[in-house]
Design a binder for this molecule. Structure first.
Ligand code: NAD
Length: 270
C-alpha cells in the first residue's frame, strides 16, 4: 500500500527533457503517483513515446515540442497547458546541456548560449509556473542543478558549472520569495547518471567510468529511474515543509573530500 502523502492524484505536472533519461523517468514517476503530465522536449517523437508509455499505465500525457532555450516557446507552451490541462501543480525543470572547452579559449557567446539554455530557460519556466501557482496558492517546482554547480568539476565544464550554480541560487531566491504564498522551490543535484551520451563516452574510453566512480562513495553511477523517489517526494505533500533545498542525488559524492586519500592510506570501504 502506498502512503497518501506521496500521492499526486488530481495534480498536473509539467516536465522538460521528458523524451529520455531522468526527465522521462520523472514524468513516468509522476504519472504512476497519479498526476496528469505535459511532456516538453526538443525531441518530439521521444516525448510522444514517453506519453504513449504513460497512457499504457492509464495516465493522461501530452507531448509538446519545446526548446527550453527559447523563452517565447516556453511562454506559448504554458498557454497550451492552460488550455489543455487547466492548471499546473508541479514543474520538473530537467532539460538542458552545457558546452565543454578550455575557459581561456571559449568564446563568450558559447557561455551565453549555455546560460540561455540552463539559466534563462529554467527561470522562464519558474516564472510562468510561479505566476499560476501563486494565484492558486500552492505548487512545487523542482529545478535540476548538478554537483557541478556546487563545486568545480575541473574538466572544461565552466559554463555548465556557472549556470548550475546560478540555478541553485535562483532556487534559493525563488523559494524565499514565494514560501509564504504556498509555492515551494527545490533543486536536485545529480552526480553522473547513465544516459546515452555517457554510455557512448564510456564505450569509447572505458576509464571514464572508473574516474567518475572514484568520486562516488557508493562505487557506482546513478540510474535514471532513481530520480523517481526524490522527485515524487519533492512534488508531493510528503515534503510540505521543505523548500529552498539543494538535494544531492550523488551516491555520496558531495559529502566526500576528493583530496582526502593518498596511495596506501586507510580507505573507508571498497
Ligand atoms: N546524467 C548526468 O550525469 C547528469 C548529472 C548532473 C546533471 N544532469 C542534468 O540533468 C538533466 C537531464 O540529464 P539526463 O542524463 O537525463 O539527460 P538525457 O540526455 O538522457 O536527456 C536530456 C533530454 O533533454 C532534451 N533536451 C536537450 N536539450 C533540450 C532543449 N534545449 N530543450 C528541450 N529539451 C532538450 C533531450 O532531447 C533529452 O530528451 C540535464 O539538465 C543535465 O545537465 C545530468
Amino acid at each position: 500500500m502506498s502512503h497518501p502523502l506521496f500521492s499526486l492524484e488530481g495534480k498536473v505536472a509539467l516536465v522538460s527533457g521528458a523524451a529520455s533519461g531522468m526527465g522521462r523517468q520523472m514524468a513516468i514517476g509522476f504519472a504512476e503517483a497519479g498526476a496528469d503530465v505535459m511532456l516538453l522536449d526538443i525531441n518530439l517523437p521521444g516525448a510522444e513515446e514517453t506519453a504513449g508509455d504513460i497512457e499504457k499505465l492509464g495516465g493522461k500525457a501530452i507531448a509538446v515540442e519545446c526548446n527550453v532555450s527559447d523563452v517565447e516557446k516556453i511562454r506559448e507552451t504554458f498557454v497550451l497547458l492552460d488550455r489543455e490541462l487547466g492548471k499546473v501543480d508541479v514543474v520538473g525543470n530537467v532539460a538542458g546541456e552545457g558546452k565543454m572547452g578550455a575557459p581561456e579559449e571559449m568564446p563568450v557567446e558559447e557561455v551565453q548560449q549555455v546560460f540561455q539554455n540552463l539559466v534563462f530557460g529554467r527561470f522562464t519556466m519558474c516564472q510562468e509556473a510561479g505566476r499560476r501557482m501563486l494565484e492558486q496558492g500552492k505548487g512545487s517546482i523542482i529545478n535540476f542543478g548538478s554537483i557541478g554547480g556546487w563545486n568545480s568539476l575541473g574538466r572544461g565544464h565552466m559554463p555548465y558549472g556557472m549556470s548550475m550554480a546560478a540555478v541553485i541560487q535562483m532556487t534559493r531566491e525563488l523559494s524565499t520569495q514565494w514560501a509564504s504564498r504556498g509555492v515551494r522551490v527545490n533543486c536536485i543535484l545529480p552526480a553522473q547518471v547513465w544516459n546515452e551520451n555517457l554510455r557512448s563516452r564510456v564505450k569509447a574510453t572505458p576509464e571514464v567510468e572508473d574516474t567518475f566512480i572514484s568520486g562516488i562513495p557508493m562505487k557506482r553511477l546513478g540510474n535514471p529511474e532513481e530520480i523517481k523517489g526524490p522527485a515524487i517526494f519533492l512534488a508531493s505533500d510528503a515534503s510540505s515543509f521543505v523548500t529552498g533545498m539543494a538535494l544531492p542525488m550523488d551516491g555520496g559524492n558531495l559529502a566526500m573530500n576528493a583530496g582526502g586519500t593518498y596511495p596506501g592510506s586507510p580507505r573507508a570501504s571498497g
